[in-house]
Design a protein around this ligand. Structure first.
Ligand code: SF4
Ligand code: SF4
Length: 189
């Protein structure tokens, strides 16, 4: 199973979520959100777009995953090959003490959608190089969905944009190892 964003734990004694709030706001009352629990890989393209937008480069670092869930990509050899460096590190967003990256704002992510890391944009879809999975990722609190409403509806998302974005990470992860000129995992020795 390919997982790009980890699920947070439910908080004990948190105030009950209000039905009229956006799902991510209800989620933040209920549990640690994806922005606080995830080790988000960013592509070289993400790095360039975010740097240009923010005028800063001090928001990323190279680290090995602390959660083994990010290594479980048996059906995605290109991801494992291009994203991980020798020694097992990869380019991720830096995280503050509370676990969040440097971009959450009062009303969600401070980065415009077209600048946001591709993984964040595509979530809650999981994917491999072949395409998006039919089943959505399990990180969102589906127990908070209102009656008759699906997760995508509650997140104001549809499948069309993630389908369009899906190829871009695979083009950009190949920039991590430009010496692999043919762009296939087997071409790197
Ligand atoms: S995307 Fe899902 S896990 Fe992340 S804040 Fe929104 S509801 Fe919570
Ligand atoms: S970049 Fe934005 S969406 Fe992605 S983890 Fe950080 S705050 Fe959340």
């Amino acid at each position: 199973m390919t997982t790009f964003i980890a699920r947070g734990s439910v908080r004990k004694g948190s105030p009950p979520p209000q039905e009229d709030e956006f799902l991510c706001v209800r989620c933040a009352r209920h549990m640690e959100t994806c922005c606080k629990t995830s080790e988000v890989y960013i592509t070289p393209g993400d790095l360039e777009r975010i740097s240009r937008h923010s005028g800063d480069k001090d928001f990323h670092e190279f680290k090995a995953p602390t959660d083994p869930v990010y290594l479980d990509k048996g059906d995605d050899p290109a991801w494992l090959h291009f994203v991980f460096r020798d020694g097992g590190t990869r380019r991720v967003l830096k995280r503050r003490k509370d676990g969040a990256c440097t971009f959450p704002g009062a009303a969600g992510c401070d980065l415009p959608l077209d600048i946001r890391p591709l993984i964040c944009r595509i979530y809650p879809f999981d994917f491999n190089e072949e395409g998006l999975y039919e089943e959505l990722a399990r990180g969102c609190p589906t127990e908070l969905l209102r009656e008759g409403r699906g997760l995508l509806e509650e997140l104001n998302m549809d499948i069309d944009s993630p389908r369009l974005w899906h190829k871009q990470p695979y083009e950009e992860i190949r920039l991590e190892r430009p010496e692999c000129v043919s762009g296939t995992p087997d071409s790197h020795s």
